[in-house]
Design a protein around this ligand. Structure first.
Ligand code: IPD
Ligand code: CA
Length: 271
């Protein structure tokens, strides 16, 4: 494996620092489960604390870069062409419930293009990294999207709308079509990890609607650098900043887009 670049080292350093307190905070969540409100307030504090550490560490290494962050919003940098896009805890609902599936997500955008990505699941110590044109890695091993071509063999991830979130009516026909055509659907609760798992070939594809840039920025680059396609569900639009996202290996991407948009396909399988 090639030596990690300076920018990825900066990102890994920041994530490792932030994840130490994050893991301690996650341990505390179990003690707070008795009071739901108490847990939510505590997790907001944990979220903000993680974000502040990431911001501090990244700014220390690259003082001119700007930020787009889930908790603190946009912070303009002296360099208008370089921006960190950060989700301190993607999978907050899991975190609140004591479920260890959550991640730190950091992407670097340069001149509007995603150039570096990190998704780190601290409890499992799983580090997914990518750099534009350099490929993607998982704990230092090269990542590749899955090579499955039959929808009937595929496992897909999704985000299911819930109370107060998403278009429930539009979602159900999508789920029905995918349920009927594939080996299974998973809802793990972290879009950043869903995309990292597509990059790793664990999931064959992922779709969701209504995500924010910090949920998906790092994951998009991971999937692309692992050889996958990422667009909106219609198979065309740009997923970053778009209404929806569909990520999959290149053979499955179009058939999945057809399924999700209700387009007729000759066969319910990829060619
Ligand atoms: C959420 C997760 C989840 C997705 C939600 C996101 P958060 O991010 O990525 O998988 O379904 O729509 O908001 O709130 O845990 O950072
Ligand atoms: Ca998120």
């Amino acid at each position: 494996m090639a030596v990690r670049s300076a920018i990825l080292n900066v990102m890994v350093g920041a994530a490792e620092k932030a994840s130490r307190t994050m893991k301690r905070d996650f341990g505390e969540v179990e003690n707070l489960q008795v009071s739901r409100k108490g847990t939510n307030d505590f997790v907001t504090i944990a979220d903000t604390r993680t974000e502040k550490t990431l911001q501090y560490e990244l700014a220390k290494a690259r003082p001119a870069f700007g930020f787009i962050m889930e908790e603190s919003g946009v912070i303009e940098g002296e360099d208008p062409n370089r921006t960190w896009i950060i989700d301190p805890i993607d999978g907050t609902t899991n975190f609140i419930h004591g479920i260890p599936h959550f991640a730190i997500s950091i992407a670097l955008q340069e001149h509007g293009e995603l150039v570096a990505a990190l998704v780190y699941a601290p409890v499992f110590d799983e580090m997914f990294l990518a750099e534009k044109g350099q490929g993607a890695t998982y704990n230092n091993r090269r990542l590749r999207v899955s090579s499955r071509t039959e929808l009937s063999d595929c496992v897909l991830a999704t985000g299911i709308p819930h109370l107060g979130r998403g278009d429930h009516e539009a979602y159900l026909p999508q789920l029905t079509s995918v349920m009927e055509a594939t080996a299974g659907v998973r809802r793990f609760g972290s879009a950043a990890l869903d995309l990292a798992y597509v990059a790793a070939g664990r999931f064959d594809g992922f779709w969701e609607t209504g995500l924010q840039s910090w949920d998906v920025a790092a994951g998009i680059l991971l999937v692309r650098e692992a050889g996958g396609f990422v667009t909106e569900i219609n198979g065309k639009g740009e997923a970053l900043g778009g209404e929806s996202i569909l990520a999959a290996n290149p053979r499955l991407h179009q058939p999945l887009s057809n399924l999700l948009t209700g387009k007729k396909t000759e066969r319910l399988r990829a060619r």
